[in-house]
Design a protein around this ligand. Sequence first.
Ligand SMILES: [Zn+2]
Length: 176
Amino acid sequence: MLNIECLVTGYLEENCYIVSIGEKTLIVDPGDDEETILDFIKENKLDVIGILITHHHFDHVGALKRMQSEFPVAKLIDYKNNGDISLPPFIFKIIETNGHTMDSVSFYFDEYDVIFTGDFVFKGTIGNYKEDAEDEMIKSLKVFKYIPKEVSVYPGHGAPTTVGDELENNPFLKGI
Ligand SMILES: [Zn+2]
């Protein structure tokens, strides 16, 4: 079973997700609150084997350096990786979802019907993007439409949602 805990970090209230199977753990977007993240990991005696970064904005990587020094064996996974990633017991796909930034990726755990979207898609809206990145954003939104509707979406800010809910209610996805 995939266990997902959300720790809200920093003044921009970024969602840092602690994703575990047993004690094996991935940190998705270690935002700017080192102590909250470390306390949670220590209290639950988790073994961090990977740090996943949806994009390198400060609110998503504020605690990255500290996490790397605390967990030196944890593998860093970001836009420099692609395709299928295997970090046993985790297997997931990296999907390029540029637009908000040009280093934006989503992490899709298809076996568990879960996707982490960072600042690409939020509940009811999408991440802000510069005018010249509009084509990239549209391309990314088109890819999102091919993800099964039942998949749960865990965004970088705000409440979780599902792909189906967003396809139905998110104005940015409706017209694509
Ligand atoms: Zn961002």
